[in-house]
Design a binder for this molecule. Structure first.
Ligand code: WQD
Length: 337
């Protein structure tokens, strides 16, 4: 039977774009998703983009029986694990839900991977594990700071668990630490689908431009930055998807140098919130209504990646600039009701 790649959370934002990239690169993919932060229609949209059937199972990773049952009928060569709750603010309100979902889900998956002798594992991690780094740009050796939220802690714990998993069971694991994923597929058939009021900047920007939100609040303009607003590294989602395929290929080809490897995925360039607004207005010829408000609790001043390691080891080069990424975000928003 053909070896398959399991993508958990494969109908979600970064997961769906990665599934498209995997299928377009000839991989046979199977998706698990519990639809807690995605919609079923994404499944046929992916098939529409790649013109390939996509095997999909509605499974909650917290349901160990369902996970074991799934794996007993599959022949999986590698797993790319996206399925997790990811809203920083919500994690502060509901920490136990976040630990149960993100950690128990991961443990069920890893126990099944161990028992089924699955050798290769890619983990969706985040630059949030660095907190406010002492030095910029941030490289993979930067010390991890105490995470500001239960969400961030589940990413740090996930990495610790995977490091031990890779050592003890001699598995090949890569943790990918994303900076700020943005944008949508060039076909505008898939993109970011935040449920309720968006936490992240870009969906709030596009919903404001679409008149769904009254105006954008810029969380603070008193940061020690060039224009007073906070700096982030906004990485186009398809560039991110490409990195996942390259990381998986590295493991399948046995090119990894250690059992457990970490890569930062960012453009290496920081943009302030006001620069994002200006880039969005310029790219899409729209005017954005915004006001400056208080800082958001837990926010850091600045984060942007040192992408050298991913470039050198994965041969990955993010090619899409901020304006182009924001154009795809707007094209996608305009397709939504
Ligand atoms: C970006 C900047 C805000 C909304 C988090 C997670 C990270 C990753 C992405 C989960 C900040 C400012 C935002 C708004 C604003 N994973 N902002 N007005 O906080 O950098 O990272 O999301 O999705 O792990 O930590 O991303 O998009 O929330 O904020 O001014 O309405 O935009 O203060 O400076 P963040 P974000």
């Amino acid at each position: 039977m053909n070896k398959k790649i399991l993508v958990t959370g494969g109908l979600g934002y970064i997961g769906s774009h990665t599934v498209v990239e995997l299928q377009n690169n000839g991989f046979e993919v199977v998706v698990i998703d519990d639809l807690s932060n995605s919609e079923e229609f994404v499944h046929e949209k992916i098939e529409q983009i790649t013109n390939k059937k996509l095997e999909y199972h509605l499974i909650d990773l917290k349901d160990q029986e369902a996970v074991d049952e799934f794996f007993s009928h599959q022949d999986i060569a590698g797993v790319i694990h996206f399925a997790a709750h990811k809203a920083v603010g919500e994690s502060v309100e509901k920490p136990l839900m976040y630990y149960r979902n993100n950690i128990v889900g991961l443990l069920n998956l890893l126990e099944a991977a161990r028992d089924q002798n699955i050798e290769n594992f890619i983990f969706s991690s985040s630059c949030t594990v660095y907190g406010q780094a002492d030095e910029l740009p941030i490289d993979e050796n930067a010390p991890l700071k105490k995470a500001e939220s239960p969400y961030g802690k589940t990413k740090q714990m996930g990495e610790e668990i995977l490091e031990d998993f890779s050592e003890t069971y001699k598995k090949n694991v890569i943790a990918l630490r994303y900076f700020n994923p943005i944008g949508a597929h060039p076909t505008a058939l898939i993109g970011e689908l935040p449920k309720g009021i968006p936490n992240n900047l870009i969906p709030f920007v596009t919903q404001t431009a679409a008149g769904i939100r009254e105006q954008l609040s810029v969380f603070g303009d008193d940061y020690p930055t060039r224009d007073g607003t906070a700096i982030r590294d906004y990485i186009y989602v398809m560039d991110l998807a490409k990195a996942h395929v390259m990381a998986l290929q590295r493991l399948l080809d046995g090119k990894n140098k250690k059992n457990y490897e970490i890569f930062n995925l960012g453009t290496g360039t920081g943009s302030t919130v006001l620069e994002v607004i200006q880039a969005f207005e310029k790219a899409n010829k729209v005017k954005l209504k915004y006001k400056i408000t208080e800082r958001r609790a837990g926010d850091i001043t600045a984060a942007y990646a040192d992408k050298t390691k991913a470039e050198k080891e994965l041969g990955w080069k993010p090619e899409t600039n901020l304006e182009e990424s924001l154009r795809t975000a707007w094209e996608w928003q305009k397709t939504l009701k």
